[in-house]
Write a protein that binds this ligand. Structure first.
Ligand SMILES: Nc1nc2c(c(=O)[nH]1)N[C@H]1C(S)=C(S)[C@@H](COP(=O)(O)O)O[C@H]1N2
Ligand SMILES: [Mo]
Length: 203
């Protein structure tokens, strides 16, 4: 098996890169990891919805979403399968901005279940989506997000393992108590902090 490419500066013995969490290695490419097929892009029928339990709070069409205040983020990402990628470049709408646009001063419930086209789900504490920590991203490296990577738009929660960054995002449902998502139901850690190596249930 060939080694994934690693920047030369990070090869030195004992000199671990402080930006790479334990058990991770750097990649230059951008691997694709999906539990199912890539859904077809359909911007005319695309909707992003916020829900409080089963009650809709706000909904945006693609045109409405694109005129919300936009934010650029250059950030490191960490997949539980042990690859990390530094300085990835994203543009999208912060969750803070979505809440404000929905007229909410705070999350209506303490947990979020993200729902995707195709049925994938993942859970995140609501506060992990605030204060500039997370966005709904639609651009990567200044290009529209590739469908394989979640285009038209995906959740980006870079401080948690990348399975939390739900591709083909449709709905953010605020819930209490917390509802485990697809991988969390299948043995992955309920929170998923790469710096504490919270890969699997019980880590
Ligand atoms: N809708 C959806 N989102 C998803 C997934 C998926 O299967 N479906 N896989 C997750 C996992 S396990 C990872 S590591 C990342 C992979 O994102 P990438 O394919 O852009 O690298 O997406 C996450 N988001
Ligand atoms: Mo993953």
């Amino acid at each position: 098996m060939s080694e994934p490419p690693i920047s030369r500066g990070f090869r030195g013995r004992g000199s671990r890169n402080a930006r790479v969490p334990p058990g991770q290695h750097l990649v230059e490419d951008f691997p694709v990891l999906s539990a199912g097929p890539t859904p077809p892009v359909d911007l005319a029928n695309w909707r992003l919805t916020l829900e409080d339990g089963n009650s809709p709070l706000a909904e945006w069409t693609w045109e409405q979403f694109k005129v919300l205040p936009q934010t650029n983020l250059v950030i490191d990402i960490h997949c539980v399968t042990t690859w990390s990628k530094l300085d990835t470049n994203w543009r999208g709408v912060l969750i803070d901005t979505l809440l404000e646009a929905a007229g909410l001063s705070e999350p209506p419930q303490p947990y979020v279940l993200a729902h995707c086209d195709g049925g994938y789900t993942t859970n995140i504490p609501a506060e992990d989506l605030l204060d500039g920590k997370a966005m709904v991203a639609w651009e990567y490296d200044r290009e529209p997000l590739d469908p394989e990577h979640g285009g038209p738009a995906r959740l980006l929660v870079p401080h948690l393992y990348f399975w939390k960054s739900a591709k083909w995002l449709q709905r953010l449902q605020f819930v209490d108590p917390e509802v485990p998502g697809f991988w969390e139901e299948n043995g992955y850690h309920i929170y998923g902090d790469p710096w504490r190596e919270q890969r699997y249930d019980g880590d």
